[in-house]
Ligand binder design. Structure first.
Ligand code: G6P
Length: 596
């Protein structure tokens, strides 16, 4: 997904911008570019990696500039379609994240007025609109240009001769880092942490003028606005690899800490209103995309069993266009980034329908956190690898905490039950460490998957969605086609696909579906599929019917998704490693999908 960085200060802007953009690489990009205020306005952009740009860029001094990494949406990846864009006179440069929906009609008008376009992008209309309105005041030109567009944006622009960058945002994040004698801005806080930890999150509709010594912010109505800086506690090291071969592995190993941080304080405060205050809830809807939707599916089992509340799950991209039933469930939106376009649209739709909303997100100050009635921060810390790992595990923690809270509010759980679940949750970092200790055994076990073209992941009950997540992890990082299936559904079709070349990963825990699950695994083994079973240490029945068995610690069935997920993450990681895949940045995928 696209990234923006801007800088004004005493350092060489090219270096700051390229460094910042490099920290955004994990978001995925196909081209990049910078505009520097140096002897006029200079622009350098190209397709490919930042390293290529770094080696070819002229030796421009200059302490102010804007930069961009592009992930193609409107217009193929090419030098012409890369940002920054400039107007006909070459006096204004602009970078943009988001989508300008009415770009075709605007382009037609502008071309009729004589503007010459050089790209296929929607973004380019913005710089020509600025040119149309520019009379020496760059901020006014940007605000007026934006008033004519329909769509979403985080945008940064600067004009020749200015000592400042102008920015604005709508439905796309933009953060300003506050320095001393220098200021930096970016679409993601990770890009600026090496310069400062004091940041200002612009609010919806805000615009700003950022120079080396000053930041002036305006709200959506154009009035001067005060936005207090927040201090980010993540260190830059937190966001880097810390000795692991890949971010994904580092983030898998950070899970015991992440779990601890996400539970922090909340378990002791369940009765005191941690997570949500006393509210009247009669039904729940969980809405999300990707891995977050699997956490939501696990959440349904948790909330139904702990709180006895009817709970439904919907994909955000479906929910936003669904007809609605007139009922108003408590609607919980799960999103690691807090910026996923479909999930944001779903949050707005839920509010439009009159639902009380809550977001479960990892990003403090993210758009969704500001657009929902309640927020639960998962506190996983920065996640760099595209595949969600620690953010997913902490979403599960949020679901347990929410289940406990709703369960106590509705008196569906008694104090002893709350105490037992809380005690087990507190031990979860230790259980996860136990799984991590088995990593080399898991690495050896994945041989059967590494050469496969297709694989099935089977589970039942609360571990049906866990296996959906396991299959998604494998697909994302190893490029093996994997299907998560509810084991009871196998006989209704997929059994026809099973043979000795199709390995099966099957989860079996000691819940009321255990016998059925063992039966399903036997059916699979009878079709010659190699089976990798994941189950409790002492489950000899499972060991007897599987080719390889990986153990997980003995926890209550409702908590079994946690250790199980960690095994599945390691399986995906080691398969991808054996296949030589670019684990942290899989092809065609992006960490945060801020377009529909
Ligand atoms: C992208 C990421 C996934 C993530 C999904 C939802 O597709 O690659 O890992 O699960 O977006 O992201 P969110 O930030 O809303 O949880």
């Amino acid at each position: 997904m696209c990234g923006i960085v801007g800088y004004a200060g005493g350092r060489r802007a090219v270096d700051v911008l390229l460094d910042g953009l490099r920290r955004l690489e994990y978001r995925g990009y196909d081209s990049a570019g910078v505009a520097i205020s140096y002897e006029g306005l200079k622009i350098f952009k190209d397709v490919g990696q930042l390293s290529k740009i770094q080696s070819n860029i002229p030796n421009w001094e200059g302490g102010m500039g804007i930069g961009h990494t592009r992930w193609a949406t409107c217009g193929r990846p090419s030098k012409e379609n890369s940002h920054p864009f400039t107007d006909c006179s070459g006096r204004i440069a602009l970078v943009h994240n988001g989508i300008i929906e009415n770009h075709l009609s605007l382009r037609k008008q502008l071309e009729e007025e004589g503007h010459k376009f050089t790209s296929e992008t929607d973004t380019e209309v913005l710089v020509h609109l600025m040119e149309r309105h520019y009379d020496g005041n760059t901020h006014a030109a940007l605000v007026t240009a934006l008033s004519e567009v329909k769509g979403t944006y985080a945008v940064a622009a600067m004009a020749e001769g200015d000592d400042h960058i102008v920015v604005a945002r709508k439905e796309n994040p933009l953060v300003i880092g506050v320095g001393v004698g220098e200021n930096i801005l970016a679409s993601d806080v990770t890009a600026i942490l090496n310069l400062t930890s004091r940041v200002i999150y612009l609010e919806e509709g805000d615009s700003a003028i950022v120079s080396a010594n000053d930041i002036t912010i305006f709200d959506a109505q154009g009035n001067r606005a005060k936005r207090d800086p927040t201090t980010i506690t993540w260190s830059i090291e937190d966001a880097e690899k810390g000795g692991f071969e890949h971010y994904m592995l580092k983030e898998i190993y950070e899970q015991p800490t992440a779990i601890h941080n996400s539970l922090l304080g909340n378990l002791d405060e369940i009765y005191a209103g941690a997570i949500i205050p006393d509210i009247d809830v009669t039904s729940v809807k969980l809405v999300a995309c990707g891995s977050s939707s699997h956490a939501a599916m696990v959440g349904k089992y948790i909330i139904e069993s702990m709180a006895k509340l009817p709970t439904t799950v919907e994909l955000a991209s479906e929910y936003r266009y669904s007809p609605g039933t007139g009922e108003n469930p408590f609607t919980i939106l799960l999103t690691q980034s807090g910026e996923t376009a479909d999930t944001l649209a779903a949050a707005r739709e839920a509010r439009r329908r009159g639902c009380r909303t809550m977001s479960v997100t990892n990003m403090v100050g993210s758009t969704i956190s500001r657009e929902t009635d309640h927020v639960f921060y998962t506190n996983a810390g920065p996640e760099t690898s595209v595949a969600a790992t620690k953010s997913y595990i902490t979403q599960l923690m949020a679901m347990y905490l929410l289940g406990l809270r709703l369960g106590t509010m509705r008196q569906a759980l008694d104090r002893a039950e709350v105490r037992n679940i809380s005690t087990e949750l507190r031990s979860m970092p230790r259980y996860v460490n136990g799984v991590l200790d088995e990593a080399s055994e898991i690495e050896n076990a994945v041989e059967m998957l590494a050469s496969a073209n297709h694989a099935f992941y089977l589970g039942r009950n609360i571990n049906y969605p866990t296996m959906l997540e396991g299959a998604l992890k494998l697909k994302e990082v190893s490029y093996i086609h994997a299907e998560g299936y509810a084991a009871g559904e196998l006989k209704h079709g997929p059994l026809a696909l099973l043979d000795a070349t199709t390995p099966v990963v099957a989860a079996c825990v000691n819940d009321h579906t255990r016998e059925k699950m063992l039966g399903n695994i036997s059916e699979v083994a009878a079709r010659d599929s190699p089976v990798l079973g994941i189950g409790l240490e002492d489950d000899r029945d499972l060991a007897a019917i599987t080719d390889i068995k990986i153990n997980i610690p003995t926890v209550s069935p409702i908590l079994s998704p946690v250790p199980l997920t960690v095994v599945l993450q390691l399986i995906a990681y080691y398969v991808a490693k054996k296949r030589g895949c670019p684990i942290d940045r899989p092809r065609n995928l992006a960490k945060s999908v801020t377009v529909e």
